[in-house]
Design a protein around this ligand. Structure first.
Ligand SMILES: [Mn+2]
Length: 386
């Protein structure tokens, strides 16, 4: 038996507000579907965040349907769970994945399906608040295992925060009972090399494109896992996606900026030898005397211009020196997540309202920039409705 594990495709994510970036997310998802077809897999599992938002545009829904239809025409079933981005409850609605169900996708929100003698279980993303309410997901998973009376090969699909990748996350050892053969986990955008938990193989493929939702994303390849199972033995192969957008990132000091620009130029040329896509350049640094405009002028003197053949976008993560210290203070405040919740509880008595505000803040924290958050609000005006 052979299957492909894809996760966190974030279809419809207009990163930096760019149409090209939305196309990139489609391109790599399409490439993943192509890998499934080429390898003649028996089925595909997708562990959440198929769409970037719970309210994808009509055009993005159509893209999703196209991808599902490609698998369907190749007679490859697709099993999927909603992630935090597309689970639907932010807008008090069902997940947009319900639309894909009508096109043959097997949506799993809280159940076990049997497919050709294999058991596939999954739970949609549960927020920290939801987990607090139910205490643990273990009893749910135990019920899934009970249904598999003959001990057939059993896949579990999850989209949750787990320790050590997320502070205050769940513990695999505590939450997941022994008995599953394969646990596929979404949510973490970095690929993690598969490991054993009890007798089970745990796989995190990471997102298919660069999102910067997790700190170390820059340093890991993007891809999907091809899984081969033979008599209970699992072999896995990470297949890198070639259509991903190349990203390079540099740190600089104001004093050495001109020097670094030469390195950036060289790096862009090197990357362009192997990628047909223009590069996104991220520049992190502190400025005092220079303005953003000055930086752009220096870059353009060296032929580094946004929206050109070689460079799609220049993403500045800048801090003015005195602001850097201020920022640091803010970060040290927000890192104490539990305290924030406590403070909010004091401020907002109503539990329903509190949960809503907390979710808005958590989402804001997961955004890369204020523009991303503004876009999310623009795309989902109902998000702020109570
Ligand atoms: Mn995700």
């Amino acid at each position: 038996m052979k299957f492909l594990h894809i996760t966190d495709t974030h279809l419809g994510y207009h990163q930096y507000g760019l149409e090209e970036r939305a196309q990139d997310f489609y391109d790599v998802f399409d490439e993943a579907v192509e890998i499934a077809i080429e390898n003649k897999v028996d089925f595909v599992i997708h562990t959440g965040d198929f769409f970037h938002t719970s309210r994808p545009s009509n055009a993005v829904i159509l893209q999703g349907i196209q991808l599902v239809n490609r698998l369907k025409s190749a007679s490859i079933p697709l099993f999927l769970i909603p992630g935090n981005h597309d689970r639907g409850n932010r807008v008090k609605d069902v997940s947009p994945l319900h639309i894909l169900k009508d096109f043959g996708a097997n949506l799993i929100e809280h159940e076990t399906l049997e497919y050709e003698g294999i058991f596939i279980s999954g739970i949609k993303y549960l927020s920290k608040i939801a987990i607090k309410k139910i205490g643990s997901i273990r009893p749910i998973l135990e019920k899934f295992l009970e249904q598999n009376k003959n001990g057939s090969f059993h896949i579990l699909m999850l989209h949750q925060e787990f320790v050590p990748h997320f502070p205050n996350g769940l513990y695999l050892s505590k939450e997941v009972p022994d008995g599953f053969n394969y646990i596929g986990i979404g949510h973490l955008h970095e690929m993690i090399k598969p490991f054993k938990h009890e007798n089970c193989t745990v796989v995190y493929p990471g997102s298919t494109e660069f999102t910067a939702f997790s700190k170390n994303e820059e340093n890991v390849p993007k891809g999907v896992y091809l899984i081969k199972e033979n008599n209970g033995n699992i072999e896995y192969e990470f297949i890198q996606l070639k259509k991903r957008r190349p990203f390079i990132s540099f740190e600089f000091q104001e004093e050495n900026f001109e020097e670094i620009v030469k390195n950036i130029k060289q790096e862009i040329e090197k990357v362009r030898e192997t990628s047909h896509k223009a590069v996104v350049v991220t520049l992190k640094g502190h400025i005092e005397k220079l303005s953003l405009k000055d930086l752009h002028i220096i870059l353009s003197k060296n032929g580094i211009v946004q929206n050109s053949d070689n460079v799609l976008h220049i993403n500045f993560l800048l801090k003015k020196k005195e602001e850097a210290q201020k920022q640091k203070d803010i970060f040290s405040l927000t890192s104490k997540e539990i305290d924030i919740e406590k403070e909010l509880k004091n401020l907002i008595g109503d539990e329903y309202l509190l949960n809503h505000v907390y979710e808005v803040i958590s989402t804001a924290k997961s955004m890369e920039s204020i523009d991303d958050f503004k876009n999310l609000l623009k795309e989902n005006p109902k998000y702020l409705e109570i």
